[in-house]
Design a protein. Structure first.
Length: 148
């Protein structure tokens, strides 16, 4: 049961953070964050653990200590090994500049073709915070709550 709840957390966080595409170096900062979020959703659906971890800061904090970077990457690996699939549908992303950082808010809908419990699926409200590190935008914290 705990693993299933963590799996839900995983997919939400995956929808938040992914590798910034190599060709995005000259794209405006807001575009880079939007592309990272979209890439994360794709990585979540394809169980690409390494792609998920690439955009997370080393000190990533998911839902106030519920899920860290390593736990998230390992969870993606576990789900892939189990042959499970989670569908990720993103809502519109709103980005707010806060000094040298950005906050992205959006909704994400999780659907399942796997063994995850139905109560783990559904609509979530997500807020993620991003900072630039070594020229790349990285998600350093995220919080989410089940909306339905």
């Amino acid at each position: 049961m705990i693993r299933l709840r963590k799996a839900t957390c995983l997919w939400i966080v995956l929808a938040l953070c992914a590798a910034v595409l190599p060709g995005c170096r000259h794209a405006p900062d807001e575009v880079q964050v939007r592309e990272a979020i979209a890439s994360t959703a794709h990585a979540a659906e394809t169980n690409a653990a390494s792609d998920v971890g690439a955009a997370l800061s080393d000190d990533f904090d998911g839902n106030a200590g519920e899920l860290g970077r390593n736990a998230l990457v390992n969870m993606v690996r576990l789900i892939a090994l189990r042959g499970e699939h989670v569908g990720v549908t993103m809502g519109p992303v709103t980005i707010e500049h806060r000094g040298e950082r950005m906050v992205a808010t959006f909704t994400v809908t999780l659907t399942s073709g796997s063994h995850l419990l139905p109560d783990q699926m559904g609509l979530y409200q997500v807020e993620s915070a991003w900072r630039k590190s070594d020229g790349k935008w990285r998600c350093y914290t995220a919080s989410w709550k089940h909306s339905m």
